[in-house]
Write a protein that binds this ligand. Structure first.
Ligand SMILES: C[S@@+](CC[C@H](N)C(=O)[O-])C[C@H]1O[C@@H](n2cnc3c(N)ncnc32)[C@H](O)[C@@H]1O
Length: 363
């Protein structure tokens, strides 16, 4: 896992603030879904959250019905201007009343919560129930619980998370069942997040602007959603033809290996293992998802184990580990160009990263 994300996970506050431009870039695909809807941002201190900013300033143009923002009792005192620092608050905005098209202070209801505003608290759940769509960047460390709660209350949502969440058993199941998919705007690269000014970090990606605001770049960020959008149904254009040399079968799964999503062979009707990043190009009308490698494997399970294989470095020295680690990951015959591999007598194998197993529905 990327170091910055790891640090974010370790940080109790998970205080990574989404940039306005990233919100704008994604939300432009969802305007139709938002019309006449109540939006809840339930991990959002309105003083620092660009989600509240974006929806309150665009309330009329998006034709929203209501905006709710729940502010978790923040540990970081300088973010809290209210006197009662232990109480959380929530905000309700129902649109511009004085025709200046700006959400003025007296148009926003600021209400007290009894508890700390945890999204799992009953108070917060009651607010969730009033909403149609949850839109936020929840704490990375609580992503699993956050998405489970939304699904439980059968809400629409658009939330930011790490690409690693795809590997969570519960999340992958939702993706496989076409109940959750990735958003339209982020497919690769790093995203910059605002971080508290007092954050002490050795991150190489730290940027400080002229006003002393701090930002950190985080790789592997994706939007997760169950909002429909047209681009999701665009076909991935396939141009390569299948041949067994370029697309060998795994040693432990009954599927061929495809290293790069755009190189999925156009004429292969069997099961193919593709990188997790395939999901950014996934059109459910074009492909069917059958499973995920690794131990959570849905639909497809690894058929072989490599317990007696010795892990070997490129220079031929042994690491001292056995091949247990290859269990579940797709395994190929032979020695890789880079990285460690596994040896048992004459047999040499190497394991790949996790793969999603798919089938072309159109063949
Ligand atoms: C990753 S930050 C994102 C903040 C904001 N949504 C944004 O994108 O700018 C997660 C936020 O969730 C808040 N938070 C942490 N634990 C929470 C919980 N259990 N319930 C609700 N909010 C929580 C943190 O205080 C933090 O502001």
């Amino acid at each position: 896992m990327a170091k910055d994300l790891h640090n974010a996970k370790k940080s109790k506050q998970d205080d990574f603030y989404t940039q306005l431009t990233d919100i704008e870039k994604e939300l432009k695909y969802h305007k139709e879904s938002l019309k006449n809807k109540t939006i809840i941002c339930n991990c959002d201190d309105p003083r620092v959250s660009n989600f509240f900013h974006y929806f309150s300033f665009n309330f009329e143009s998006l034709q929203l019905k209501k905006l709710i923002s729940v502010c978790y009792k923040n540990q970081s005192k300088d973010l809290f201007t209210r006197e009662d620092k232990d109480k959380a608050i929530y905000l309700i905005y129902e649109g511009d009343k004085n025709n200046d098209n700006i959400p003025n202070e007296d148009e926003i209801d600021v209400l007290n919560l009894n508890g700390d505003g945890d999204f799992r608290s009953q108070e917060s759940i009651e607010l969730l129930k009033q909403a149609d769509i949850v839109i936020t960047n929840p704490p990375f460390s609580l992503f699993r619980e956050f998405i489970a709660q939304i699904m439980h209350y059968e809400k629409k949502f658009l939330i930011i998370g790490s690409v690693n969440a795809i590997n969570y058993k519960e999340v992958f199941k939702l993706i496989m069942d076409n109940k959750v998919w990735l958003g339209a705007s982020i497919h690769s690269g790093d995203r910059e997040f605002g971080v508290p000014k007092d954050l002490v970090t050795r991150s190489k990606s730290l940027r400080i602007d002229e006003e002393g605001n701090k930002f950190i770049s985080v790789p592997g960020i994706r939007w997760f959603t169950n909002l429909e959008y047209a681009q999701k149904y665009e076909d991935l254009i396939l141009y390569k033809k299948y041949n067994p040399e370029e697309y060998p079968k795994y040693d432990n799964y009954d599927a061929i290996n495809v290293n790069v999503t755009k190189e999925i062979p156009m004429d292969y009707s069997g099961i193919m293992g593709v990188p997790i990043t395939f999901l950014s190009k996934y059109n459910p009308d074009q492909f069917e998802i059958l499973g995920l490698s690794q131990k959570v494997g849905y639909g497809l399970e690894s058929t072989k184990f490599y317990d007696e294989y010795e892990e070997t470095r490129q220079d031929g020295t042994k690491t001292g580990s056995s091949g247990k680690k290859t269990n579940g990951n797709p395994v190929m015959k032979g020695k890789p160009k880079k990285g460690n591999y596994y040896v048992k007598g004459e047999d040499i194998v190497h394991s790949l990263y996790g793969r999603i197993f798919i089938r072309n529905k159109r063949l």
